[in-house]
Ligand binder design. Structure first.
Ligand code: GLN
Length: 548
Protein backbone atom coordinates (compact mmCIF):
# COMPACT_ATOMS: atom_id res chain seq x y z
CA UNK A 1 0.00 0.00 0.00
CA UNK A 2 1.21 3.47 -0.93
CA UNK A 3 0.16 6.64 0.87
CA UNK A 4 0.12 10.24 -0.28
CA UNK A 5 -0.31 12.62 2.66
CA UNK A 6 -1.56 16.10 1.84
CA UNK A 7 -1.15 18.96 4.32
CA UNK A 8 -1.97 22.64 4.00
CA UNK A 9 -0.06 25.75 4.91
CA UNK A 10 -0.51 29.50 5.33
CA UNK A 11 -4.30 29.58 4.88
CA UNK A 12 -7.17 27.16 4.68
CA UNK A 13 -9.75 27.23 1.87
CA UNK A 14 -7.18 27.36 -0.90
CA UNK A 15 -8.62 24.32 -2.63
CA UNK A 16 -6.63 21.59 -0.93
CA UNK A 17 -9.52 19.16 -1.42
CA UNK A 18 -9.48 19.77 -5.14
CA UNK A 19 -5.71 19.33 -5.29
CA UNK A 20 -6.01 16.10 -3.29
CA UNK A 21 -8.69 14.85 -5.68
CA UNK A 22 -6.60 15.90 -8.66
CA UNK A 23 -3.56 13.97 -7.45
CA UNK A 24 -5.79 10.92 -7.28
CA UNK A 25 -7.15 11.53 -10.74
CA UNK A 26 -3.62 11.84 -12.15
CA UNK A 27 -2.70 8.46 -10.70
CA UNK A 28 -5.90 7.03 -12.16
CA UNK A 29 -4.92 8.32 -15.63
CA UNK A 30 -2.00 5.94 -15.28
CA UNK A 31 -4.16 3.00 -14.32
CA UNK A 32 -3.62 2.98 -10.57
CA UNK A 33 -6.58 2.50 -8.29
CA UNK A 34 -7.00 5.23 -5.76
CA UNK A 35 -9.04 6.00 -2.70
CA UNK A 36 -9.04 9.02 -0.41
CA UNK A 37 -9.51 9.91 3.24
CA UNK A 38 -10.15 13.28 4.85
CA UNK A 39 -8.92 13.87 8.39
CA UNK A 40 -10.75 16.77 10.00
CA UNK A 41 -9.25 18.11 13.21
CA UNK A 42 -12.53 19.54 14.54
CA UNK A 43 -14.07 17.93 17.61
CA UNK A 44 -17.47 17.20 16.06
CA UNK A 45 -17.90 13.46 15.58
CA UNK A 46 -19.09 14.14 12.03
CA UNK A 47 -20.12 17.08 9.86
CA UNK A 48 -23.84 16.39 10.31
CA UNK A 49 -24.39 18.83 13.15
CA UNK A 50 -22.48 21.69 11.57
CA UNK A 51 -24.03 24.82 10.14
CA UNK A 52 -23.51 24.98 6.36
CA UNK A 53 -22.40 28.59 6.79
CA UNK A 54 -19.30 27.45 8.62
CA UNK A 55 -18.35 24.32 6.77
CA UNK A 56 -20.37 24.26 3.59
CA UNK A 57 -22.46 21.32 2.54
CA UNK A 58 -22.77 18.11 4.49
CA UNK A 59 -21.88 15.37 2.03
CA UNK A 60 -23.87 12.15 2.48
CA UNK A 61 -22.16 8.87 1.62
CA UNK A 62 -23.95 5.79 0.32
CA UNK A 63 -23.68 4.15 3.75
CA UNK A 64 -25.30 7.15 5.41
CA UNK A 65 -22.28 9.05 6.72
CA UNK A 66 -22.68 12.81 7.13
CA UNK A 67 -19.27 13.94 6.03
CA UNK A 68 -17.05 16.81 5.03
CA UNK A 69 -17.71 18.25 1.59
CA UNK A 70 -14.25 17.24 0.39
CA UNK A 71 -15.49 13.66 0.20
CA UNK A 72 -17.83 14.94 -2.49
CA UNK A 73 -14.85 16.19 -4.48
CA UNK A 74 -13.10 12.84 -4.05
CA UNK A 75 -16.15 10.90 -5.23
CA UNK A 76 -16.69 13.18 -8.22
CA UNK A 77 -13.07 13.44 -9.40
CA UNK A 78 -12.23 9.81 -8.77
CA UNK A 79 -15.61 8.31 -9.69
CA UNK A 80 -15.57 6.16 -6.57
CA UNK A 81 -17.99 5.52 -3.74
CA UNK A 82 -16.57 6.23 -0.31
CA UNK A 83 -17.66 4.88 3.00
CA UNK A 84 -18.37 7.07 6.00
CA UNK A 85 -15.10 5.81 7.47
CA UNK A 86 -13.24 7.91 4.90
CA UNK A 87 -13.83 10.94 7.11
CA UNK A 88 -11.86 10.85 10.36
CA UNK A 89 -12.51 13.66 12.85
CA UNK A 90 -11.03 14.38 16.26
CA UNK A 91 -14.45 13.69 17.75
CA UNK A 92 -14.62 10.28 16.13
CA UNK A 93 -11.09 9.32 17.21
CA UNK A 94 -11.66 10.39 20.79
CA UNK A 95 -14.99 8.62 20.94
CA UNK A 96 -13.30 5.38 19.89
CA UNK A 97 -10.48 5.85 22.39
CA UNK A 98 -12.83 6.70 25.25
CA UNK A 99 -15.07 3.73 24.46
CA UNK A 100 -12.03 1.45 24.54
CA UNK A 101 -10.94 2.95 27.83
CA UNK A 102 -14.42 2.42 29.32
CA UNK A 103 -14.42 -1.18 28.16
CA UNK A 104 -11.11 -1.65 29.93
CA UNK A 105 -9.19 -2.43 26.75
CA UNK A 106 -6.16 -0.41 27.87
CA UNK A 107 -5.54 -2.73 30.82
CA UNK A 108 -4.71 -0.15 33.44
CA UNK A 109 -2.55 2.08 31.29
CA UNK A 110 -2.70 5.85 31.46
CA UNK A 111 -4.47 6.75 28.21
CA UNK A 112 -2.63 9.54 26.40
CA UNK A 113 -2.55 11.42 23.11
CA UNK A 114 0.75 9.71 22.38
CA UNK A 115 0.57 6.78 21.96
CA UNK A 116 -3.15 5.99 22.26
CA UNK A 117 -4.87 8.70 20.26
CA UNK A 118 -2.21 8.64 17.57
CA UNK A 119 -2.37 4.81 17.41
CA UNK A 120 -6.12 5.06 16.89
CA UNK A 121 -5.64 7.50 13.97
CA UNK A 122 -3.11 5.16 12.37
CA UNK A 123 -5.44 2.21 12.88
CA UNK A 124 -8.31 4.05 11.17
CA UNK A 125 -6.08 5.05 8.26
CA UNK A 126 -4.82 1.51 7.76
CA UNK A 127 -8.38 0.24 7.98
CA UNK A 128 -9.33 2.58 5.14
CA UNK A 129 -6.34 1.38 3.15
CA UNK A 130 -7.18 -2.28 3.55
CA UNK A 131 -10.92 -1.80 3.02
CA UNK A 132 -10.44 0.14 -0.21
CA UNK A 133 -7.99 -2.42 -1.64
CA UNK A 134 -6.49 0.35 -3.76
CA UNK A 135 -2.92 0.93 -4.93
CA UNK A 136 -2.69 4.38 -3.40
CA UNK A 137 -4.55 5.96 -0.50
CA UNK A 138 -4.51 9.74 -0.50
CA UNK A 139 -4.91 11.23 2.94
CA UNK A 140 -5.77 14.89 3.33
CA UNK A 141 -5.41 16.62 6.68
CA UNK A 142 -7.87 19.49 7.04
CA UNK A 143 -6.89 22.88 8.39
CA UNK A 144 -3.37 24.25 8.25
CA UNK A 145 -0.07 23.27 9.79
CA UNK A 146 0.30 25.03 13.11
CA UNK A 147 -3.25 24.46 14.35
CA UNK A 148 -3.20 22.94 17.83
CA UNK A 149 -5.90 20.42 16.96
CA UNK A 150 -4.02 19.12 13.88
CA UNK A 151 -1.03 17.92 15.91
CA UNK A 152 -2.14 14.32 16.63
CA UNK A 153 -3.00 13.83 12.94
CA UNK A 154 0.36 15.14 11.77
CA UNK A 155 2.12 13.01 14.37
CA UNK A 156 0.22 9.98 13.02
CA UNK A 157 1.37 10.56 9.46
CA UNK A 158 4.92 11.23 10.66
CA UNK A 159 4.92 7.84 12.33
CA UNK A 160 3.36 6.16 9.29
CA UNK A 161 6.31 7.35 7.20
CA UNK A 162 8.64 5.48 9.56
CA UNK A 163 6.48 2.37 9.76
CA UNK A 164 5.46 2.13 6.09
CA UNK A 165 8.78 3.28 4.66
CA UNK A 166 10.04 6.13 2.54
CA UNK A 167 9.22 4.43 -0.77
CA UNK A 168 5.61 3.94 0.21
CA UNK A 169 4.81 7.41 1.49
CA UNK A 170 4.87 10.90 0.03
CA UNK A 171 4.27 14.15 1.87
CA UNK A 172 2.65 16.80 -0.30
CA UNK A 173 2.42 20.27 1.17
CA UNK A 174 0.00 22.85 -0.24
CA UNK A 175 0.81 26.41 0.84
CA UNK A 176 -0.60 29.64 -0.51
CA UNK A 177 1.99 31.66 -2.45
CA UNK A 178 0.55 35.15 -2.76
CA UNK A 179 1.34 37.85 -5.29
CA UNK A 180 1.31 41.39 -3.95
CA UNK A 181 -1.06 43.63 -5.87
CA UNK A 182 0.98 46.80 -5.45
CA UNK A 183 4.30 45.46 -6.76
CA UNK A 184 3.22 42.35 -8.63
CA UNK A 185 5.81 40.40 -6.62
CA UNK A 186 5.33 36.74 -5.77
CA UNK A 187 6.10 36.05 -2.13
CA UNK A 188 7.38 32.65 -1.01
CA UNK A 189 8.06 33.61 2.59
CA UNK A 190 4.74 32.41 4.05
CA UNK A 191 5.27 29.05 2.32
CA UNK A 192 8.80 28.86 3.72
CA UNK A 193 7.41 29.44 7.19
CA UNK A 194 4.76 26.79 6.89
CA UNK A 195 7.35 24.26 5.73
CA UNK A 196 9.47 25.21 8.74
CA UNK A 197 6.46 24.60 10.94
CA UNK A 198 6.01 21.17 9.37
CA UNK A 199 9.67 20.32 9.91
CA UNK A 200 9.42 21.40 13.52
CA UNK A 201 7.04 18.48 14.02
CA UNK A 202 9.28 16.18 12.07
CA UNK A 203 7.82 16.20 8.58
CA UNK A 204 9.97 17.16 5.61
CA UNK A 205 7.68 17.57 2.59
CA UNK A 206 8.62 15.70 -0.59
CA UNK A 207 6.40 17.69 -2.91
CA UNK A 208 5.09 21.24 -2.82
CA UNK A 209 1.98 22.29 -4.68
CA UNK A 210 2.01 26.07 -4.49
CA UNK A 211 -1.43 27.57 -4.65
CA UNK A 212 -0.92 30.77 -6.60
CA UNK A 213 -2.64 33.10 -9.03
CA UNK A 214 -0.24 32.34 -11.89
CA UNK A 215 2.31 29.58 -12.57
CA UNK A 216 5.34 30.22 -10.34
CA UNK A 217 8.26 31.89 -12.08
CA UNK A 218 11.67 30.24 -12.03
CA UNK A 219 13.06 32.59 -9.37
CA UNK A 220 10.24 31.76 -6.95
CA UNK A 221 10.64 28.06 -7.59
CA UNK A 222 14.38 28.26 -6.98
CA UNK A 223 13.82 30.14 -3.78
CA UNK A 224 11.24 27.65 -2.55
CA UNK A 225 13.51 24.76 -3.44
CA UNK A 226 16.44 26.30 -1.60
CA UNK A 227 14.56 27.11 1.59
CA UNK A 228 12.34 24.04 1.78
CA UNK A 229 14.84 21.40 0.58
CA UNK A 230 12.25 20.16 -1.89
CA UNK A 231 13.83 19.52 -5.29
CA UNK A 232 12.74 22.00 -7.93
CA UNK A 233 11.20 19.28 -10.09
CA UNK A 234 8.91 18.41 -7.17
CA UNK A 235 7.49 21.92 -6.93
CA UNK A 236 4.25 22.36 -8.83
CA UNK A 237 1.76 25.21 -9.07
CA UNK A 238 -1.96 24.94 -8.80
CA UNK A 239 -2.75 28.29 -10.38
CA UNK A 240 -6.14 29.92 -10.83
CA UNK A 241 -8.27 28.20 -13.46
CA UNK A 242 -11.85 28.65 -14.57
CA UNK A 243 -12.99 25.14 -13.76
CA UNK A 244 -11.90 22.99 -10.84
CA UNK A 245 -11.81 20.06 -13.26
CA UNK A 246 -8.82 21.70 -14.99
CA UNK A 247 -6.60 21.13 -11.96
CA UNK A 248 -5.64 17.50 -12.75
CA UNK A 249 -4.69 18.61 -16.24
CA UNK A 250 -2.47 21.51 -15.20
CA UNK A 251 -0.69 19.39 -12.59
CA UNK A 252 -0.25 16.51 -15.01
CA UNK A 253 1.15 18.90 -17.62
CA UNK A 254 3.78 19.98 -15.09
CA UNK A 255 4.89 16.37 -14.78
CA UNK A 256 3.34 15.50 -11.45
CA UNK A 257 2.07 12.07 -12.49
CA UNK A 258 5.44 10.92 -13.69
CA UNK A 259 7.14 12.29 -10.61
CA UNK A 260 4.77 10.56 -8.18
CA UNK A 261 4.88 7.29 -10.07
CA UNK A 262 8.67 7.19 -9.89
CA UNK A 263 8.86 8.43 -6.34
CA UNK A 264 6.45 5.75 -5.13
CA UNK A 265 7.94 3.05 -7.32
CA UNK A 266 4.53 2.39 -8.86
CA UNK A 267 5.31 0.04 -11.68
CA UNK A 268 2.39 -2.05 -12.71
CA UNK A 269 -0.97 -0.43 -13.03
CA UNK A 270 -3.73 -2.47 -11.43
CA UNK A 271 -6.41 -1.31 -13.81
CA UNK A 272 -6.10 -1.71 -17.53
CA UNK A 273 -6.26 1.76 -18.98
CA UNK A 274 -4.91 3.62 -21.91
CA UNK A 275 -3.27 6.73 -20.50
CA UNK A 276 -3.95 8.80 -23.61
CA UNK A 277 -7.62 7.88 -23.75
CA UNK A 278 -8.13 8.61 -20.07
CA UNK A 279 -6.35 11.93 -20.23
CA UNK A 280 -8.17 12.95 -23.43
CA UNK A 281 -11.54 12.07 -21.99
CA UNK A 282 -10.91 14.33 -19.04
CA UNK A 283 -9.59 17.12 -21.27
CA UNK A 284 -12.70 16.87 -23.39
CA UNK A 285 -14.85 17.16 -20.28
CA UNK A 286 -13.05 20.37 -19.33
CA UNK A 287 -13.38 21.71 -22.87
CA UNK A 288 -17.10 21.00 -22.76
CA UNK A 289 -17.39 22.91 -19.50
CA UNK A 290 -15.37 25.88 -20.71
CA UNK A 291 -16.51 26.13 -24.31
CA UNK A 292 -20.26 25.68 -23.90
CA UNK A 293 -21.94 27.73 -26.63
CA UNK A 294 -25.34 28.10 -25.00
CA UNK A 295 -26.15 29.16 -21.49
CA UNK A 296 -29.24 29.03 -19.29
CA UNK A 297 -30.02 30.93 -16.11
CA UNK A 298 -30.95 28.71 -13.21
CA UNK A 299 -32.58 30.33 -10.19
CA UNK A 300 -31.25 28.72 -7.01
CA UNK A 301 -33.72 29.37 -4.21
CA UNK A 302 -32.43 28.67 -0.72
CA UNK A 303 -31.51 30.00 2.67
CA UNK A 304 -27.70 30.02 2.45
CA UNK A 305 -27.24 31.76 -0.87
CA UNK A 306 -24.29 33.91 0.15
CA UNK A 307 -22.15 30.80 0.60
CA UNK A 308 -22.71 28.63 -2.47
CA UNK A 309 -20.48 25.92 -0.89
CA UNK A 310 -23.56 25.14 1.18
CA UNK A 311 -25.01 23.51 -1.94
CA UNK A 312 -21.77 22.30 -3.51
CA UNK A 313 -22.95 18.94 -4.84
CA UNK A 314 -25.94 20.61 -6.48
CA UNK A 315 -23.87 23.24 -8.24
CA UNK A 316 -21.47 20.51 -9.39
CA UNK A 317 -24.36 18.33 -10.58
CA UNK A 318 -25.51 21.25 -12.74
CA UNK A 319 -21.96 21.67 -14.12
CA UNK A 320 -21.81 17.96 -15.00
CA UNK A 321 -25.22 18.04 -16.67
CA UNK A 322 -24.25 21.17 -18.61
CA UNK A 323 -20.95 19.69 -19.81
CA UNK A 324 -22.89 16.73 -21.14
CA UNK A 325 -25.09 18.83 -23.43
CA UNK A 326 -22.83 21.80 -24.16
CA UNK A 327 -24.74 24.23 -21.98
CA UNK A 328 -23.36 26.51 -19.31
CA UNK A 329 -25.66 26.81 -16.31
CA UNK A 330 -25.45 30.35 -14.95
CA UNK A 331 -26.58 30.28 -11.36
CA UNK A 332 -28.76 33.08 -10.04
CA UNK A 333 -28.78 32.84 -6.25
CA UNK A 334 -32.09 33.90 -4.74
CA UNK A 335 -32.45 34.20 -1.01
CA UNK A 336 -35.74 32.59 -0.07
CA UNK A 337 -36.56 35.18 2.61
CA UNK A 338 -36.30 37.91 0.03
CA UNK A 339 -39.17 36.28 -1.88
CA UNK A 340 -41.40 36.74 1.17
CA UNK A 341 -41.03 40.51 0.86
CA UNK A 342 -40.67 40.94 -2.87
CA UNK A 343 -43.95 41.92 -4.52
CA UNK A 344 -43.23 41.10 -8.15
CA UNK A 345 -41.86 37.63 -8.79
CA UNK A 346 -41.77 38.45 -12.49
CA UNK A 347 -38.92 40.84 -11.71
CA UNK A 348 -37.05 38.37 -9.54
CA UNK A 349 -37.31 35.58 -12.08
CA UNK A 350 -36.89 37.70 -15.22
CA UNK A 351 -34.62 35.75 -17.56
CA UNK A 352 -34.59 32.66 -15.35
CA UNK A 353 -35.03 29.48 -17.41
CA UNK A 354 -35.23 26.99 -14.58
CA UNK A 355 -35.70 27.02 -10.82
CA UNK A 356 -34.16 24.76 -8.22
CA UNK A 357 -35.69 24.88 -4.74
CA UNK A 358 -32.83 23.76 -2.54
CA UNK A 359 -32.79 21.42 0.46
CA UNK A 360 -33.03 22.89 3.91
CA UNK A 361 -34.13 22.76 7.51
CA UNK A 362 -36.39 24.99 9.57
CA UNK A 363 -39.11 27.51 8.97
CA UNK A 364 -37.08 30.55 7.96
CA UNK A 365 -37.62 31.42 4.31
CA UNK A 366 -40.07 28.60 3.62
CA UNK A 367 -42.92 30.87 2.52
CA UNK A 368 -40.54 32.40 -0.01
CA UNK A 369 -39.67 28.96 -1.34
CA UNK A 370 -43.37 28.16 -1.61
CA UNK A 371 -43.92 31.35 -3.63
CA UNK A 372 -41.09 30.35 -5.96
CA UNK A 373 -42.66 26.93 -6.46
CA UNK A 374 -46.03 28.51 -7.13
CA UNK A 375 -44.41 30.74 -9.73
CA UNK A 376 -42.70 27.82 -11.45
CA UNK A 377 -45.89 25.75 -11.42
CA UNK A 378 -48.27 28.42 -12.70
CA UNK A 379 -45.88 30.00 -15.23
CA UNK A 380 -44.55 26.79 -16.71
CA UNK A 381 -40.95 27.45 -15.66
CA UNK A 382 -38.90 24.21 -15.41
CA UNK A 383 -38.62 23.27 -11.74
CA UNK A 384 -36.62 20.83 -9.68
CA UNK A 385 -37.30 20.50 -5.96
CA UNK A 386 -34.80 18.66 -3.82
CA UNK A 387 -35.72 17.16 -0.44
CA UNK A 388 -37.19 20.16 1.44
CA UNK A 389 -37.87 21.51 -2.05
CA UNK A 390 -40.09 18.51 -2.71
CA UNK A 391 -41.85 18.72 0.63
CA UNK A 392 -42.64 22.39 0.04
CA UNK A 393 -43.88 21.63 -3.47
CA UNK A 394 -46.40 19.30 -1.84
CA UNK A 395 -47.37 22.07 0.58
CA UNK A 396 -47.85 24.51 -2.30
CA UNK A 397 -49.96 22.02 -4.23
CA UNK A 398 -52.06 21.16 -1.18
CA UNK A 399 -52.80 24.82 -0.46
CA UNK A 400 -53.38 26.12 -3.96
CA UNK A 401 -54.67 23.18 -5.95
CA UNK A 402 -56.28 20.85 -3.41
CA UNK A 403 -57.52 23.88 -1.48
CA UNK A 404 -56.30 22.85 1.97
CA UNK A 405 -55.93 26.20 3.65
CA UNK A 406 -52.97 26.51 6.00
CA UNK A 407 -51.46 23.21 4.83
CA UNK A 408 -47.84 22.90 5.89
CA UNK A 409 -45.07 20.66 7.09
CA UNK A 410 -45.14 20.15 10.83
CA UNK A 411 -41.47 21.15 10.75
CA UNK A 412 -42.61 24.72 9.94
CA UNK A 413 -45.92 24.77 11.76
CA UNK A 414 -46.55 22.07 14.37
CA UNK A 415 -50.19 23.19 14.63
CA UNK A 416 -51.09 23.27 10.95
CA UNK A 417 -54.66 22.11 10.25
CA UNK A 418 -53.32 20.05 7.32
CA UNK A 419 -49.98 18.38 8.09
CA UNK A 420 -49.30 17.27 4.51
CA UNK A 421 -45.65 16.74 5.45
CA UNK A 422 -44.98 15.15 8.79
CA UNK A 423 -42.25 13.52 10.85
CA UNK A 424 -41.26 10.02 9.74
CA UNK A 425 -42.83 7.69 12.30
CA UNK A 426 -39.49 6.20 13.34
CA UNK A 427 -38.19 9.71 14.10
CA UNK A 428 -40.75 10.36 16.84
CA UNK A 429 -38.71 8.80 19.63
CA UNK A 430 -35.34 10.23 18.55
CA UNK A 431 -33.74 12.73 20.89
CA UNK A 432 -30.12 12.95 19.77
CA UNK A 433 -29.59 15.10 16.67
CA UNK A 434 -26.30 13.63 15.42
CA UNK A 435 -26.51 10.93 12.75
CA UNK A 436 -30.17 10.12 13.38
CA UNK A 437 -31.91 11.24 10.19
CA UNK A 438 -32.99 8.85 7.45
CA UNK A 439 -29.56 8.79 5.85
CA UNK A 440 -27.81 7.32 2.86
CA UNK A 441 -28.76 5.10 -0.06
CA UNK A 442 -32.24 3.61 -0.27
CA UNK A 443 -33.96 1.99 -3.19
CA UNK A 444 -36.77 3.82 -4.97
CA UNK A 445 -39.31 2.23 -7.31
CA UNK A 446 -40.30 4.45 -10.23
CA UNK A 447 -43.64 4.40 -12.03
CA UNK A 448 -43.38 3.16 -15.60
CA UNK A 449 -44.17 5.83 -18.15
CA UNK A 450 -43.45 8.71 -15.77
CA UNK A 451 -40.94 11.45 -16.47
CA UNK A 452 -38.62 10.25 -13.74
CA UNK A 453 -38.71 6.74 -15.17
CA UNK A 454 -37.74 7.97 -18.61
CA UNK A 455 -34.96 10.11 -17.10
CA UNK A 456 -33.36 7.15 -15.33
CA UNK A 457 -34.42 4.51 -17.87
CA UNK A 458 -34.77 2.20 -14.94
CA UNK A 459 -37.52 0.97 -12.68
CA UNK A 460 -35.56 0.65 -9.47
CA UNK A 461 -32.90 3.18 -8.59
CA UNK A 462 -30.86 3.84 -5.48
CA UNK A 463 -30.27 7.41 -4.33
CA UNK A 464 -29.08 9.07 -1.12
CA UNK A 465 -31.23 10.64 1.57
CA UNK A 466 -30.97 13.03 4.49
CA UNK A 467 -34.28 13.93 6.10
CA UNK A 468 -36.62 13.50 9.07
CA UNK A 469 -39.93 14.40 7.43
CA UNK A 470 -41.98 12.83 4.66
CA UNK A 471 -45.17 13.37 2.69
CA UNK A 472 -47.93 12.38 5.09
CA UNK A 473 -49.46 9.11 3.78
CA UNK A 474 -52.89 10.26 5.00
CA UNK A 475 -52.96 12.99 2.33
CA UNK A 476 -51.68 11.00 -0.63
CA UNK A 477 -55.12 10.11 -2.00
CA UNK A 478 -56.31 13.72 -1.97
CA UNK A 479 -53.14 15.00 -3.59
CA UNK A 480 -53.36 12.42 -6.35
CA UNK A 481 -57.08 13.08 -6.94
CA UNK A 482 -56.24 16.72 -7.55
CA UNK A 483 -53.66 15.84 -10.18
CA UNK A 484 -50.32 15.40 -8.41
CA UNK A 485 -48.39 12.46 -9.83
CA UNK A 486 -46.52 10.42 -7.28
CA UNK A 487 -44.05 8.55 -9.44
CA UNK A 488 -41.48 7.19 -7.02
CA UNK A 489 -41.94 5.27 -3.78
CA UNK A 490 -39.30 3.84 -1.50
CA UNK A 491 -38.96 0.09 -1.98
CA UNK A 492 -39.29 -0.42 1.74
CA UNK A 493 -42.15 1.40 3.43
CA UNK A 494 -43.65 2.90 0.27
CA UNK A 495 -42.66 6.46 1.14
CA UNK A 496 -43.18 9.25 -1.34
CA UNK A 497 -39.87 9.80 -3.09
CA UNK A 498 -40.81 11.57 -6.33
CA UNK A 499 -43.61 13.90 -7.37
CA UNK A 500 -44.25 15.43 -10.76
CA UNK A 501 -46.90 17.28 -12.73
CA UNK A 502 -48.08 16.13 -16.10
CA UNK A 503 -49.28 19.31 -17.79
CA UNK A 504 -46.09 21.22 -17.21
CA UNK A 505 -42.86 21.38 -19.24
CA UNK A 506 -40.79 20.09 -16.30
CA UNK A 507 -42.05 19.98 -12.75
CA UNK A 508 -40.22 17.34 -10.78
CA UNK A 509 -39.20 17.00 -7.17
CA UNK A 510 -37.43 14.29 -5.23
CA UNK A 511 -37.25 13.40 -1.56
CA UNK A 512 -33.77 12.04 -2.21
CA UNK A 513 -30.70 14.06 -3.16
CA UNK A 514 -29.73 13.00 -6.68
CA UNK A 515 -26.76 15.40 -6.66
CA UNK A 516 -24.65 13.19 -4.41
CA UNK A 517 -24.24 10.59 -7.13
CA UNK A 518 -23.63 12.96 -10.02
CA UNK A 519 -20.26 12.48 -11.74
CA UNK A 520 -18.52 14.68 -14.31
CA UNK A 521 -18.85 12.04 -16.99
CA UNK A 522 -22.14 10.57 -15.69
CA UNK A 523 -24.52 13.41 -14.87
CA UNK A 524 -27.47 12.93 -12.57
CA UNK A 525 -30.72 12.40 -14.56
CA UNK A 526 -32.98 14.92 -12.74
CA UNK A 527 -30.40 17.70 -13.21
CA UNK A 528 -29.82 16.77 -16.82
CA UNK A 529 -33.59 16.83 -17.36
CA UNK A 530 -33.84 20.26 -15.76
CA UNK A 531 -31.14 21.75 -17.96
CA UNK A 532 -32.66 20.28 -21.12
CA UNK A 533 -36.03 21.73 -20.15
CA UNK A 534 -34.38 25.07 -19.36
CA UNK A 535 -32.82 25.15 -22.84
CA UNK A 536 -36.25 24.43 -24.35
CA UNK A 537 -37.70 27.18 -22.17
CA UNK A 538 -35.21 29.82 -23.42
CA UNK A 539 -35.69 28.72 -27.01
CA UNK A 540 -39.45 28.90 -26.50
CA UNK A 541 -39.16 32.51 -25.43
CA UNK A 542 -37.01 33.34 -28.44
CA UNK A 543 -39.61 31.70 -30.70
CA UNK A 544 -42.42 33.74 -29.16
CA UNK A 545 -40.52 36.97 -29.69
CA UNK A 546 -39.95 36.01 -33.33
CA UNK A 547 -43.67 35.32 -33.80
CA UNK A 548 -44.51 38.76 -32.57
N1 GLN B 1 -36.08 19.49 6.67
C1 GLN B 1 -36.55 18.43 5.85
C2 GLN B 1 -36.52 17.09 6.56
O1 GLN B 1 -35.86 16.95 7.56
C3 GLN B 1 -35.77 18.34 4.55
C4 GLN B 1 -34.34 17.97 4.73
C5 GLN B 1 -33.49 18.29 3.55
O2 GLN B 1 -33.85 19.09 2.71
N2 GLN B 1 -32.31 17.71 3.49
O3 GLN B 1 -37.17 16.17 6.13
Amino acid sequence: MKYVFVTGGVLSSVGKGIITSSIGRILQFRGFSVSAVKMDPYVNVDAGTMNPYQHGEVFVTEDGGETDLDLGHYERFLNIELSRSANITTGLVYREVIEKERRGDYLGQTVQIIPHVVEEIKRLLRLNASMSKCDVLIVETGGTVGDIESLPFLEAIRQLRIEEGYDNTVFVHVPLVPTLKATGETKTKPAQHSVQELRRIGIQPDVIVARAEKPLDQASKDKLALFTSVPERAIFTSYDVQSIYSVPIILEEQGMGEYLQKRLGLLNASVETNYNDEFDRWKKLVDNILDAKKSVNIGMVGKYTTLPDAYLSITEALVHAGANIGVKPKLVWIQSERLEREEELDDVFAGVDGIVVLPGFGKRGTEGKIRAINYARTRGVPFLGVCFGMQLAVVEFARNVVGLQGANSTENDPNTPHPVVDLLPEQASIEKKGGTMRLGGYKVVLTKGSRIHSLYSSEVIQERHRHRYEVNPKYIARLVESGLSITGLSLEGGRVEVIELRNHPYFLATQFHPEFKSRPLRPSPPYLGLLKAAVAHTEGIVEKVKER
